[in-house]
Design a protein around this ligand. Structure first.
Ligand code: NAP
Length: 248
């Protein structure tokens, strides 16, 4: 028996990186998959084909996670297209790094909107469905940076810390309705997001990791699979670090 047979999941930002691995891992485990992307249209179309080969329903949508009414529309369309929604993975995220001295209002607003407001957008839109079916698993991608802060990432760290507060509040509000809300805090994961960093910064991150390697998107997807499935049925309001021991 597959871990997610008969379930439907929405993964935001699945055209590459961690979201891509989560979508594939969930499909492998029998879930129907809806996923979003913003600019990577070709990769989105390729992923839809790849996922269909697992014999599940798969549908990609071009949708801006930071847009409230677009997200409301997206969730309604997903439920019409795939029939239900059981698992919500808020993965879409961006960085716009610079020291606070140089961080303008636009850089602040953009990162907060894409990373944090997006989580409110999807949860708010999916809530009625989760309440009606008396179940739902919400998984939000935060970061170790949201726990400890990071120079040059005040906007990103604030957005990720906000996600932790949101995740725990939703767990408290909705636990009695069997709706679980958890977060994953990855450390240094090798994706296009971290490709942008210079080699010296990357080496200093690696040196600080007890397991002495960067994580892979699959390392994070394994954790998401656990949180999505009934294997974590008694876990809510938690932040699971997938960081090779970096923040211990
Ligand atoms: P990535 O490789 O840069 O991929 C980001 C994904 O988000 C892409 O699919 C992108 O779609 C999508 N996206 C960006 N803005 C969007 C928007 N406005 N609406 C919809 N989709 C949007 O990033 P990643 O490294 O896989 O990171 C995934 C998540 O994990 C993020 O929330 C990130 O903050 C978190 N995280 C990552 C690390 C790490 O070390 N990599 C560490 C901690 C936390 P397009 O391709 O269409 O732009």
């Amino acid at each position: 028996m597959k871990l997610l047979s008969g379930k439907t999941a929405l993964v935001t930002g699945a055209s590459r990186g961690i979201g891509h691995s989560i979508a594939k891992k969930f499909a492998e485990q029998g879930a129907n998959i809806a996923f979003t992307y913003l600019s990577s249209v070709e990769r989105g179309e390729a992923l839809e084909k790849e996922l269909s080969e697992y014999g599940i329903k798969a549908k990609g949508y071009r949708s801006d996670a930071s847009d409230f009414s677009a997200t409301e529309q997206l969730i309604n369309t997903v439920i019409t297209d795939l029939g239900s929604l059981d698992i919500l993975v808020n993965n879409a995220g961006i960085t716009q790094d610079t020291l606070l001295m140089r961080m303008n209002e636009e850089m602040w607003d953009k990162v907060i909107d894409v990373n944090l407001k997006s989580v409110y957008n999807t949860v708010k839109a999916a809530l009625r469905t989760f309440l009606k079916q008396k179940s739902g698993s919400i998984i939000n991608l935060t970061s170790v940076v949201g726990i400890k802060g990071n120079a040059g990432q005040a906007n990103y760290a604030a957005s990720k810390a906000g996600i932790i507060g949101f995740t725990k509040s939703v767990a408290l509000e909705l636990g009695s309705r069997n709706i679980r809300s958890n977060a994953i805090a990855p450390g240094f994961i090798e994706t296009e997001m971290t490709d942008k960093l210079d080699e010296k910064t990357v080496q200093s991150w690696r040196d600080a990791i007890p397991l002495k390697r960067g994580g892979s998107p699959d390392d994070v997807a394994d954790c998401a699979l656990f949180l999505a499935s009934d294997m974590s049925a008694y876990i809510t309001g938690q932040v699971l670090q997938v960081d090779g021991g970096m923040l211990t």
